[in-house]
Design a protein around this ligand. Structure first.
Ligand code: UDP
Ligand code: MG
Length: 311
């Protein structure tokens, strides 16, 4: 019998976890008709509510449900990694617990891999209904930008929800980097991927764990993890400004020699100084960002720490 593992990262999800369980029970029944066994790996990402308690209760009740609990909140990326590392299925999927990743899509995903020989089936939402407008705007901009400056293709609206073969999961796990950006890693490993489209579903209960700021930093992490283009851009900006100032200096010398100009234009000078030091700081910042990531990478710290598990 084949086994399908569902990895479920959870952070303070006491409100939705039981609702999720009920949906998974339905999926499980249908899959057992297809002779596919299910396994659920809940990852408690350092929740401070009753999430872990409920997970423990469910795993006592059902043998196919397992849990891993972190010693603190390590973020969704870490939770996904822990889940993938501990999942034992022939097929593995990552699913949000808030039912924004419709569990019924799993059947179609499974068939596509089984029958049409894909290695992975991902889902992308075509609408962003129920999301703040400004967030959608920045998300679109981010995908446009990263696809221009990075060789690894990232699909707009793609979710972390996808079904993968064991081979693909192993490839993803073979990448040991500390700064993990899954959307990029999935795309980096290659393989044949099919995209299913669906309309955005709002979460059943509770609220999103991502603030605008958290998402913004996550986007920057994605850029730093998958392209060094910003370093190149910083260099080019530097060269352009050197050229401009060189031309300007020659112009000023010529002007002084011909018209013997008295000192004037201090305000404009101050503006230019501010502008240029702004650019300098910006570029140093870019370099610093890469340096800090390299720094964390060389420390080889664990991506997550497990405090409690039944596995
Ligand atoms: N999540 C997590 N750790 C975090 C933040 C979120 O494990 O630090 C989980 C969360 O419990 C949920 C999934 O990641 O299952 C997606 O989070 P959320 O629904 O808040 O994000 P959104 O759907 O709004 O992008
Ligand atoms: Mg959600």
């Amino acid at each position: 019998m084949e086994k399908l593992s569902i990895v479920v990262p959870c952070y303070n999800e006491e409100e939705v976890i039981e609702i999720f369980y009920k949906e998974i029970e339905k999926v499980k029944k249908k899959f057992s008709k297809k002779k596919v066994k299910l396994e659920v790996v809940f990852v408690d990402d350092g929740s401070s509510d009753k999430t872990l308690e409920i997970m423990k209760k469910l795993s006592k009740k059902e043998r196919y449900i397992n849990y891993i609990s972190f010693s603190r909140n390590f973020g969704k990326e870490a939770a996904m990694l822990a889940g993938l590392e501990h999942a034992s299925g022939d097929y593995v999927t990552i699913m949000d617990v808030d039912l924004q990743d419709p569990p019924e899509l799993l059947f179609e995903m499974y068939d596509l891999i089984k029958i049409e020989d894909y290695d992975s089936v991902g889902v992308r939402r075509t609408t962003r209904v129920g999301e703040p407008l400004i967030r959608s705007f920045f998300a679109r901009m981010f995908y446009k930008l990263i696809n221009k400056i990075s060789k690894v293709e990232m699909v707009d609206g793609a979710r972390d929800y996808r079904l993968m073969t064991r081979q693909m999961v192993n490839s993803i796990l073979s990448m040991k980097e500390y700064n993990r950006y899954s959307k990029g890693l999935f795309s980096f490993v290659g393989y044949k991927t099919k995209w299913l489209e669906y309309e955005n579903v709002e979460r059943v209960s509770g609220e999103t764990k991502w603030s605008f700021w958290k998402l913004f930093i996550y986007a920057l992490d994605g850029i730093v993890a998958f392209t060094t283009a910003p370093l190149m851009i910083a260099t080019i900006i530097g060269v352009i400004f050197c050229l401009i100032s060189f031309v300007a200096i020659i112009f000023i010398i010529a002007k002084t020699l011909i018209w013997n100009d008295p000192t004037s234009g201090w305000p404009s000078m101050v503006c230019i100084m501010f502008f240029l030091s702004g650019i300098q700081l910006f570029c140093t910042g870019i370099i610093g960002w890469y340096l800090s990531k390299t720094y964390l990478e060389t420390k080889r710290r664990p991506v997550y720490i497990i405090k409690d598990t039944n596995l």
